[in-house]
Design a protein around this ligand. Structure first.
Ligand code: SF4
Length: 416
């Protein structure tokens, strides 16, 4: 028992450190987020306007170091664990990002880390922070934006919010290329440069001369998804005027709606929210009070127990899937090593099984956001919508169970 208490005290210390580090990191790298609309706000707003606006208004009070200390004194260990888990997930992205910057530098890349673009569009302050911007001056001037996302598992397709974020970054980089809107800070938040055009920044940092017109270089964006043991690059994405226009429109909606709520012209309850099942809801800070989850209280603890049991089963399933995936990877690696020492071995046999590894063609998928934007550009809104309606097939309705933790509850969100 004494050891458990010591363990919990240690976890409380880690949770306090994570809370302090999060606050410090946000203020040194992102500044006061209430004074602009960021690309992650826009990505979120593309999926749920209510979540983006509530985030802009800072309606969710994050736990402080003092809160953690009080929870520890009061024995509210579940709340400490909940804060710890949430911050670990949020901050591992920053840790991976810093490690990844070293990886790219080791590769000899001309790398700008956390390049900042600050602009105003129709009175709306917009700021983008680009995780990594790689610069080549020769043989052909080229720019690659890398947006890093850390995930438990590598997704098959990218979330719309991530794509929107990247399109916004690419659009701003190209549109404001020759305007003095670029800045960069070091890890301590000190300014490396500010108020430069992109070619001026590249000259200052790398001594590379780039064209004054963004059209004269090859520009691409990629989203790099990293899990603890795998990686996948989604792309390439290219600057797209229609997608930038969409990002600017969303930024305007977030900014104006937040302002209207502050002045009492409207209420958060009237702001549109994403309907149906959405992964964003699992980790949303604004789920409590969200009209989507207007719920009837069930007092019988048996209901809670059933959901707890389901959560345990889900956790076991996730563990088993991870274990299966690890074992399969190990066997695949063994097969590859066998193949590399001679001709392809074909089937390998054990006493009870035979196995081989064959290459399969990759799955093709359509970038629906890009298709939508291209069709609207080519055909106009009305014809594009009518065409999309004609070719859209709707499957049979099914019943999806959606379970998510309430704010004070510690179990993870899940769906089935
Ligand atoms: S819970 Fe879901 S629907 Fe409600 S604000 Fe959050 S993300 Fe939007």
């Amino acid at each position: 028992m004494e050891e458990n208490n010591k363990g919990l005290a240690m976890l409380a210390q880690v949770a306090r450190g994570l809370v302090a580090h999060d606050a410090q990191q946000t203020s040194t790298q992102l500044g006061d987020r209430t004074t602009y609309v960021g690309m992650s706000d826009i990505g979120k707003g593309a999926e749920c306007l209510r979540a983006a606006v509530a985030g802009k208004l800072s309606l969710h009070q994050k736990p402080t170091m003092q809160d953690i200390a009080e929870w520890f004194r009061a024995g509210e260990y579940d709340r400490i664990r909940s804060s710890l888990r949430r911050n670990l997930i949020l901050q591992r992205g920053h840790w991976m990002e810093n490690g990844f910057a070293k990886v790219l530098n080791a590769n000899g890349a001309n790398l700008l880390h956390q390049l900042e673009i600050t602009v105003e569009h129709d009175g709306v302050p917009i700021r983008a922070h680009l995780d990594f911007t790689l610069v080549w001056g020769w043989p052909r001037p080229a720019i690659r934006i890398l947006e890093l996302k850390t995930t438990e598992r590598i997704p098959d397709t990218l979330y719309a919010g991530y794509e929107t974020q990247l399109y916004g970054q690419l659009g701003l980089l190209k549109t404001y290329w020759a305007k003095p809107v670029f800045a960069m800070r070091d890890a301590d938040g000190s300014i490396v440069f500010e108020h430069l055009t992109f070619p001026q920044a590249a000259k200052l940092v790398f001594g590379i001369s780039l064209p004054r017109e963004a059209d004269k270089l090859d520009m691409e964006g990629w989203v790099l998804c990293l899990s603890m043991s795998d990686a996948r690059a989604f792309g390439p994405y290219r600057p797209d005027t229609a997608m930038l226009g969409m990002c600017q429109r969303i930024a305007g909606e977030i900014w104006t709606t937040a302002h209207q709520i502050q002045t009492g012209e409207t209420a958060l309850s009237g702001v549109p929210y994403c309907t149906g099942f959405h992964p964003l809801c699992d980790w949303c800070d604004h789920a409590e009070g969200c009209p989507k989850f207007t719920a009837q209280e069930l007092d019988d603890p048996a209901y809670d127990q059933s959901l707890e049991d389901l959560a345990d089963l889900k956790a076991s399933k996730a563990y088993l899937e991870e274990a299966i995936s690890t074992e399969e990877e190990r066997i695949r690696s063994f097969y590859a090593a066998t193949a590399s020492v001679g001709d392809s071995p074909g089937w390998l046999q054990t006493a009870g099984f035979r196995f081989k590894v064959v290459e399969q063609a990759g799955r093709k998928s359509i970038d629906s956001a890009k298709l939508d934007a291209e069709l609207r550009n080519e055909l106009g809104d009305e014809e594009a919508e009518s065409l999309l309606a004609r070719i859209t097939k709707t499957g049979k309705p099914s019943h999806r169970l959606y379970v998510s933790p309430r704010i004070s509850h510690q179990s993870q969100g899940m769906t089935s």
